[in-house]
Design a binder for this molecule. Structure first.
Ligand SMILES: [Zn+2]
Length: 478
């Protein structure tokens, strides 16, 4: 289980370009600490063997601690304490108990190799395997229109009824304000996948791409992540029809620009998830914990960029496709309801606070600028109380987990003559109708399906199709 989790975390983080940066940074941070440790031990009059073992043991601990799966801060502290206590113990044991030089070398090699294992597996898999996921091009027939299409994804934004049931929060003020802009909520919308990348890849391709009983490799994962970054059939179709594609990337791995968008509004090198991920390394964790989290490109930056792009798009003569991916209200919780940033884990930050923050920003970004445009404001999936299910076997999800995660906020503005989605449409239909409306073609939405998908479906049991009719029957109609 621990070994599998280790694999999943590294593999997940190898999915996009920033992850190589992450690995280098992690290795760099570890090396710096090792150098200081070696100097300190040398000054204490210890011999080369002991320094070598201390360094190796410390390296081993720092790589293993990344996979502890504890909360970032708890994990960092625990790992730092472990490293502080166990490194001298390991060094002492190595120098005094293992007198045979050959055996010492063997133990040292074992420590280093086992420390490297979590990284080796996925790298080999990445180099060796061929992808099986390849989306096919979309064909919508001959367009008769070219309305601007504005897509705003608010990651993990749950449906209104779930917000009432699970948080006691009534979101009607926001949905009423959206309705004034002509953006109408689909009250019982469902996501097509429990995970960000498969959910967005599905809506941007009209294809499900991963099926139960199949296994997928890291190149598949990378291909799917690239679709979230803009390398997808819907973007290709729109660009082929003269659209300029502006992608405002989210501050997270997997939601960054691919090479496809005409304009990429990017974030800094160290984004939110990189910081969170690096935090699992005890040394980096302690540094970021003490400094707070001055993240680039949080919701206010992204939706501020969106406002400027949308304003420009509403006045220029060319058709625009704009996609913005906002990580909030998804964790990390760092914003309060007024969008003021706080240190992570502060009590001021809540899921509902982040919802209220993005609500205000979305209205500011779109109000008055989307009269002529087709607009989708949507979550990619809902939230779930028990986050431990997310990376586990889909068979362990309860009915409550499934309903919470797949019930998703979604709202759409279409031209008056366009087909509207049913009250319990899935996202793939909502996106299809939006694109068809933008291009002025008769919609022909794909068959609706929905899935619980494990972090990375490298396991044939990692994908579970959910019966949509049954799921829909759990919604209370009002
Ligand atoms: Zn998501």
């Amino acid at each position: 289980m621990v070994a599998y989790r280790a694999y999943a975390v590294v593999a997940g983080n190898l999915g996009s370009r920033v992850n190589l940066v992450q690995l280098v940074m992690l290795a760099g941070a570890t090396m710096i600490v090792l150098v200081f440790l070696a100097i300190a031990l040398h000054k204490a009059g210890l011999d080369g063997n002991r320094v070598g073992f201390a360094a190796a043991a410390s390296f081993w601990l720092s790589t293993q601690s990344t996979w502890f799966g504890l909360g970032a801060l708890t994990g960092s502290l625990a790992a730092a304490v472990l490293a502080a206590v166990l490194t001298p113990v390991a060094a002492t044991a190595a120098c005094y108990q293992i007198r045979n030089p050959a055996f010492r070398t063997l133990v040292l090699t074992f420590i280093v190799l086992s420390g490297s294992l979590p990284t080796i597996g996925p790298v080999v898999s990445l180099l060796r395997s061929d992808p099986t996921v390849e989306p096919v091009a979309m064909d919508f027939g001959t367009p008769t229109a070219s309305r601007d299409l504005i897509v705003v994804v608010l990651d993990e934004y749950a449906r209104g009824d779930a917000l009432v049931e699970d948080f006691g929060f009534d979101n009607r003020e926001f949905t009423d304000a959206l309705a004034e802009e002509g953006i109408d909520v689909v009250p019982q919308a469902w996501a097509n996948s429990s995970r960000t990348i498969t959910s967005i890849a599905t809506v941007m391709s009209g294809q499900y791409l991963v099926e139960p009983g199949q296994t997928y490799n890291l190149r598949d994962r990378r291909r799917i992540a690239a679709m979230v970054g803009g390398d997808n059939p819907m973007a290709d179709l729109l660009r082929a029809n003269g659209y300029r594609y502006t992608h405002i990337e989210g501050p997270a791995v997997d939601v960054e620009c691919s090479s496809s968008p005409d304009v990429c509004i990017g974030n800094g090198l160290i984004d939110e998830t990189t910081t969170v991920w690096l935090q699992s390394n005890p040394y980096v964790g302690l540094v970021t914990w003490s400094l707070g989290h001055p993240f680039p490109n949080t919701a206010d930056d992204i939706l501020g960029s969106l406002q400027a792009v949308v304003e420009e798009a509403s006045t220029n003569s060319q058709p625009d496709f704009v996609y913005a991916h906002v990580l909030s209200p998804h964790i990390p919780l760092e914003l309060d309801s007024s969008c003021d940033r706080h240190q992570m884990f502060a009590e001021t930050n809540t899921y509902i606070g982040q919802i209220q923050c993005v609500n205000g920003l979305v209205l500011e970004a779109l109000a008055g600028s989307v009269d002529e445009a087709v607009v989708v404001v949507t979550g990619d999936h809902g939230t779930v109380d028990d986050r431990s299910v997310l990376d586990g076997d889909p068979a362990n999800w309860t009915q409550v987990d499934i309903k919470q995660r797949l019930g998703v906020f979604s709202a759409v503005k279409l031209a008056p003559e366009c087909s509207t989605p049913s009250d319990d449409a899935t996202l793939v239909t909502i996106f299809h109708l939006a694109a068809a409306c933008a291009l002025g073609v008769e919609p022909d939405p794909p068959v609706e399906r929905t899935f619980i998908v494990e972090g990375i479906p490298t396991d044939a049991n990692g994908i579970l199709e959910i019966d949509l009719d049954e799921l829909r029957s759990t919604s209370t109609k009002d």
